[in-house]
Design a protein around this ligand. Structure first.
Ligand SMILES: Cc1cc2nc3c(=O)[nH]c(=O)nc-3n(C[C@H](O)[C@H](O)[C@H](O)COP(=O)(O)OP(=O)(O)OC[C@H]3O[C@@H](n4cnc5c(N)ncnc54)[C@H](O)[C@@H]3O)c2cc1C
Length: 538
């Protein structure tokens, strides 16, 4: 029970840290609380935002350190130190190169998926996010069965990438929609004809990292939760964990990396740190992420930061769980209204920003209003265009806007006038109130065939529908404060010897913002890699 490095949590941060430590000559073990590995990483879309990496450069993306630095500084603001920002930008590309060398993971540029603030200096309207290519799950052997399932299972007989969603949602509108639907089937057929069991997105990312650990001989102990950190002479010298029903001490000669995710499923912590209304029912993060690592670090004096924030996104509370409302919200023919029946936000803004406004102005819940024309045009969740919405998905349906208003308890005249005003703006192609469509980000999950603006369409064809919208998240983003080497700091800025944190167990390098698709996984992998390197080299 003694290793050079003990890593807590088998998500992107933990598995990258363990692989880095192992491939740099250390003995390492990953302890994982769940009966499966992968955490939220396996559930995710696996978009990865790491500027200026070799995959982007090979694809011809004109990125540089300096462009990315200018952009990131403007996005995250002064809350995050320059040293940490630079550590992310310098080590991120190295982490990608390292994973290309030591895992079967291969990545593609998510061409056209813009940075979330593409008009800022250094921002990229064509995007600088990457995602894993399909991975053959057979290489995992018996570990294939232990991979945490994804949040959105891809339909049988398809291989779907993040960049496909935009076009799939336009299947009834754009020739590329049908072409993409055909392509995802052909992709599957071609890979399965070669004897593969192809997996994609978060499944591919977590599976690929796990395959890297298998090849490096790093054990991943499932059902082994961290209970506490073990201290010796003022340094973290191991962990106390539960294994096979017994409390065990696992010593770490060099140090411990905490990659145990956020606290999204810890009701007490959410209420303690975050604004009301808050709970655990609106998150889509892994159910085992209950902040254990953050609390263990705190007991040893770790400073905590950004605990009030999360990787927010508007959610529709559906009977089988919250639905992360992305393209459904930004396609034309939708508005969000508050309890007063008024719009209050650019509905197509980055998801984190929309929820920040919901909390600031206390518009919780709010309502997404759509019409039958919208239903006829676009994919909604996994429901094909034209098919009726299941009655338990929406809060109200009515043949008039006034009738809809009274069913959701908002003033009828206000909602009528909001819809009239929005419709006039949509017909003119310009949202003078909230500037929806002004940023090229807004136009990503939109409809290029919609005229005059891809982002705006009137709400006119009855029946009308109202969906309840609540502030959900992909996980929390507050945790232990770390330095540029991923070492955990005390409130006075001194280092807790032997303790590292990465991913959602640490306070995010993104601050309160979200730079582009993959802004949680990119830093998680980068600081996992940084911690592994630091353990190996100091
Ligand atoms: C549906 C969905 C889509 C997403 N899409 C994207 C995307 O495209 N791009 C992006 O950047 N982000 C995305 N995210 C967010 C992203 O997945 C997470 O922020 C990221 O996976 C966090 O990585 P992590 O390594 O910190 O935590 P996780 O991947 O959650 O791993 C933490 C692990 O620690 C384990 N653990 C917890 N407590 C203990 C304990 N006491 N002892 C041992 N182990 C413990 C957990 O069981 C878990 O396996 C998405 C999330 C979801 C849910």
């Amino acid at each position: 029970m003694e290793f050079d490095a003990v890593i807590v949590g088998a998500g992107a941060a933990g598995m990258t840290a363990a692989l880095t430590a192992a491939r740099n000559g250390l003995s390492a073990v990953v302890i994982e609380k769940a009966p499966v590995y992968g955490g939220s990483t396996a559930r995710s879309g696996a978009g990865i935002w790491i500027p200026n990496n070799e995959v982007l450069l090979a694809a011809g993306v004109p990125d540089t350190f300096s462009k990315a630095d200018t952009y990131l500084a403007a996005v995250v603001g002064p809350e995050v130190s320059t040293a940490r920002r630079h550590a992310f930008l310098v080590n991120g590309p190295k982490a990608i190169s390292f994973l290309l060398r030591w895992t079967p993971l291969r990545f593609s540029w998510m061409e056209g998926y813009p940075d979330y603030y593409p008009e800022l200096a250094g921002g990229m309207p064509n995007g600088r996010s990457i995602e894993p290519r399909a991975l053959d799950a057979n290489i995992l052997g018996a570990e294939k069965a232990n991979l945490n399932p994804s949040y959105v299972p891809t339909p049988a007989g398809t291989v779907v990438y993040d960049v496909d969603y935009k076009w799939l949602s336009l299947i009834a509108r754009h020739p590329r929609g049908l072409a993409t639907a055909t392509e995802i089937v052909l992709r599957y057929l071609s890979l399965s004809a070669q004897g593969q069991d192809p997996i994609s997105m978060g499944q591919a990312l977590a599976g690929g990292l796990r395959a890297g650990l298998l090849a490096a001989g790093v054990p991943v102990w499932l059902n082994t939760p961290l209970l506490d950190l073990h201290m010796e002479n003022g340094r973290v010298a191991g962990v106390v964990a539960s294994r096979d029903g017994q409390e065990v001490l696992i010593r770490a000669r060099r140090g411990v990396v905490v990659g145990s995710g956020g606290f999204e499923h810890n009701e007490r912590m959410r209420k303690q740190w975050q604004a009301a209304p808050i709970g655990t029912e609106w998150t889509v993060g892994a159910s085992t992420n209950t902040g254990d690592g953050i609390e263990a670090g705190r007991r040893q004096g770790a400073a905590l930061g950004l605990m009030d924030d999360s990787w927010w996104g508007p959610m529709i509370p559906l009977p089988d769980g919250p639905w992360f409302c992305l393209s459904e919200r930004t396609l034309p023919g939708t508005i969000f209204v508050n309890q007063a029946g008024k719009r209050f936000v650019n509905e197509a803004a980055p998801y984190s920003d929309v929820v920040h406004v919901m909390y600031e102005k206390q518009h919780i819940p709010c309502w997404m209003i759509v019409d039958q024309d919208y239903r006829n045009r676009y994919l909604f969740k996994d429901l094909a265009p034209l098919l009726p919405f299941p009655a338990d998905w929406y809060q109200a349906k009515d043949w008039t806007i006034s009738g809809l208003a009274s069913k959701i308890g908002v003033p009828s005249a206000a909602l009528r006038s909001t819809v009239d005003r929005f419709n006039a703006q949509a017909r003119a192609g310009r949202d003078g109130d909230y500037h929806r469509g002004d940023s090229s980000y807004d136009a990503y999950f939109a409809d290029p065939t919609n005229i005059p603006s891809p982002c705006l369409a009137p709400i006119w064809l009855p029946p009308f529908y109202a969906f309840k919208i609540v502030p959900g998240d992909l996980g929390t983003k507050g945790g232990m404060v770390t330095d540029a080497r991923a070492r955990v700091l005390r409130p006075d800025g001194t280092v807790i010897p032997g303790l590292y944190a990465a991913g959602n167990a640490s306070a995010a390098v993104m601050g309160h913002s979200y730079a582009g698709a993959g802004s949680t996984l990119g830093p998680a992998m980068t600081f996992g890699y940084t911690a592994g390197m630091d353990l190996a080299t100091t």
